[in-house]
Design a protein around this ligand. Structure first.
Ligand SMILES: NC(=O)c1ccc[n+]([C@@H]2O[C@H](COP(=O)([O-])OP(=O)(O)OC[C@H]3O[C@@H](n4cnc5c(N)ncnc54)[C@H](O)[C@@H]3O)[C@@H](O)[C@H]2O)c1
Length: 287
């Protein structure tokens, strides 16, 4: 999609991290920006930052996991600016990491509610108007965890593989029908955001009594290592902007995990064992 100026972007999860960087970047391009997030105060501050860039900005407190809340986001956007042109389905959380048998139903429900249902609701609410105009772009924020399967990150991996699959399915449907609506699948590696404190947004009804941390198998032991790789969100926003303008589907932001992706595909093609822990974490440990 070229000529962004004067068009309307919706960004979920835009009170922090990558979503905020997208909102600022798109506002700087002259787009009207609708910022949607569950965190009310941070959303207000983020919206003021986008307005300070000279953009028209609207804050809509939204829980992406909730159908009615996402319907409201669609209505509020249309009321303020008309139908959307660009929709970044970006809100996401990461539940505590640990082996599968240490995870609770609430960990799964919360992660899938935000990371998977947020994308499903976003497509349901906004795709019809993009198709009706036969113009527009949807960016689904997946992850490298949507292309490989990290140990101890079960719900997050599952949600991001689902997000990748939804983006690919949508691409296929749009391409097959000759639509001019485009879709991109964003698969970043480590980015310096607030994802490490996702628990701040877990709803009370999905909280558990805190048990002891798993005896072994907790990705937080790699937090410093991941941190050393983390890119600034603004750098990711520039990469995403270029992909939107160039109509690119895959948006990969790092080269260091190409080998684990290749190893996974190799195992599928050759019907061999999937790559396990060492292979997936090696890029972080060795580089
Ligand atoms: N940070 C990384 O290393 C990394 C890597 C790959 C992919 N991602 C993905 O990037 C996306 C953005 O995350 P981030 O890293 O910027 O983290 P972040 O915590 O800084 O931002 C996430 C935003 O989502 C919002 N949010 C959480 N639950 C919500 C809900 N139910 N409804 C609406 N908003 C909600 C949060 O309030 C926050 O503003 C996520 O989908 C995440 O999974 C992050």
């Amino acid at each position: 999609m070229q000529d962004l100026e004067g068009k309307t972007a919706v960004v979920t999860g835009s009170a922090s991290g990558m979503g905020l960087a997208f909102a600022e970047c798109l506002g700087s391009e002259g787009m009207n920006v609708v910022l949607a997030d569950i965190e009310e105060e941070a959303l207000r501050t983020a919206t003021a930052r986008v307005e300070a860039l000279g953009a028209n900005a609207l804050a809509v407190v939204t829980d992406v996991s909730d159908e009615a809340s996402m319907d409201h986001l669609g209505d509020a956007t249309r009321k303020a600016f008309g139908p959307a042109h660009l929709v970044c389905l970006n809100a996401g959380v990461s539940a505590p990491t640990g082996p599968m048998d240490t995870l609770t139903s609430n960990d799964w429900s919360w992660t899938l509610g935000v990371n998977l249902w947020g994308v499903i609701h976003g497509i349901r609410v906004f795709l019809p108007e993009l198709k009706a105009r036969d113009e527009g772009h949807i960016v689904v924020t997946a992850s490298v965890a949507g292309l490989t399967s990290y140990p101890w990150l079960g719900p997050y991996n599952a949600s991001k593989h689902a997000a990748t699959s939804i983006a690919e399915t949508l691409y296929s449907e749009l391409a097959d029908s000759g639509s001019k609506v485009r879709v991109s699948c964003l698969c970043p590696g480590a980015v310096a955001t607030n994802i490490g404190t996702s628990e701040r947004n877990r709803p009370k009804e999905l909280e558990d009594e805190k048990g002891p941390p798993p005896a072994q198998g907790d990705l937080s032991e790699f937090a410093d290592t991941f941190g050393g790789f983390a890119k600034p969100p603004a750098e990711i926003a520039e990469i995403v902007l270029a992909a939107i303008v160039e109509d690119r589907f895959w948006i990969e932001t790092d080269d260091y995990y190409r080998e684990p992706i290749r190893a996974r595909h190799h195992s599928i093609e050759n019907r061999t064992e999937p790559p396990a822990r060492g292979m997936i974490l090696n890029p972080y440990i060795e580089n």
